[in-house]
Design a protein around this ligand. Structure first.
Ligand code: ADP
Ligand code: MG
Length: 296
């Protein structure tokens, strides 16, 4: 390149942009070990005329924590809701592209949505336990979906109760809540602290044996101690489950996740890589600016 060209700012910017575009595919084609649990290809989502997700492709590995970070309004929640087809319920949402779960397309007609949402559980920002007992919260979905047999003989022999007890204890233990509530299982869940309520919501999700757990800013309404418990829990859950967690807290993403996807304004996936790489040495200038707090 000759000197004159280099000195012209406009051309410089163009060259920079071109270089960025050329390497961009590499930043988001992070190769996961083994078959991905979830494979998203060319996902686009619109609300009416407005596009919230722009052509996102990403593979999510099993049994690990994937963090989704990015500024408010960049499509993180929308993306999460695509994975268990919750956006289907939003009337003006239009979704285009493919999401495969263990290789099976979830955007196909006749997919069993109840089964999908059992396998892909979701935990929201504000804990939302039912105004029922702790026990009834955890057992709500197993009872509803026929996990607990109700035939006459089992009822007489007391097996239904035993089965309920097992699911209740196992789920609460997995959610690191058992010790705190084992003596008050029939108390109303709304009497629990915020952090306990959130762990109860996680237990409720675990009670139907999910494979993937989607968490949308699960600790952002909690105090630091409750947050730290949820963070520890997320890490331990990833031994058995595929966890995808949206957070706008970058330190949290850095602490708990194995890989991080950075979404930026416009619903773009700008960079996806191992978490240490994203935080220590991102490829994209925009990601670096976002992480160092210069933007977003
Ligand atoms: N139900 C909806 N109807 C219309 N627009 C929506 C709806 N949900 C989200 N949006 C818009 O889509 C964009 C992405 O939103 P969202 O996924 O909630 O972002 P984030 O979770 O990153 O803050 C925003 O511009 C938001 O206003
Ligand atoms: Mg959100």
């Amino acid at each position: 390149m000759n000197d004159i060209e280099l000195n012209i700012e406009g051309n410089n910017e163009t060259a920079e942009r071109k270089r960025n575009e050329e390497v961009k595919d590499e930043w988001i084609n992070y190769d996961v070990d083994g078959d991905p649990k979830i494979s998203v290809s060319n996902l686009n989502v619109w609300y009416g005329e407005e596009r919230a997700i722009k052509d996102i492709s990403i593979d999510i590995p099993k049994k690990s924590v994937t963090a989704i970070i990015g500024p408010s309004g960049c499509g993180k929640s929308t993306f999460l809701r695509c994975i268990n087809r919750m956006n289907d319920r939003i009337r003006n949402a239009k979704i285009d592209g493919s999401i495969r779960f263990d290789g099976t397309e979830i955007y196909q007609n006749n997919l069993n949505l109840v089964e999908l949402r059992r396998k892909v559980g979701m935990v929201f920002q504000n804990p939302n336990p039912f105004p029922k007992s702790i026990r009834d919260n955890v057992l709500y979905a197993p009872r509803k979906h026929g996990y607990i047999e109700k035939n006459f003989l089992e009822k007489i022999l007391g097996r239904t109760k035993q089965k309920e007890k097992n699911i209740l204890e196992k789920s609460l233990k997995q959610a690191a809540l058992w010790d705190e509530v084992k003596n008050r299982l029939d108390d109303n869940a709304l009497g629990l602290s915020g952090g306990q309520q959130q762990r109860l919501c996680i237990a409720r999700c675990l009670a139907v044996d999910p494979e993937v757990i989607l968490m949308d800013e699960p600790a952002s309404s909690l105090d630091p101690i409750a947050t730290s418990k949820i963070e520890d829990l997320i890490v331990s859950l990833s031994n058995n489950y595929t966890v995808i967690v949206v957070t706008h807290n970058m330190q949290q993403a850095a602490r708990i996740s194995d890989q991080t996807a950075v979404f930026l304004t416009g619903g773009e996936l700008v960079e996806y890589d191992e978490t240490t790489k994203i935080f220590e040495n991102p490829e994209s200038k925009r990601v670096e600016d976002y992480i160092t707090g210069r933007f977003g």
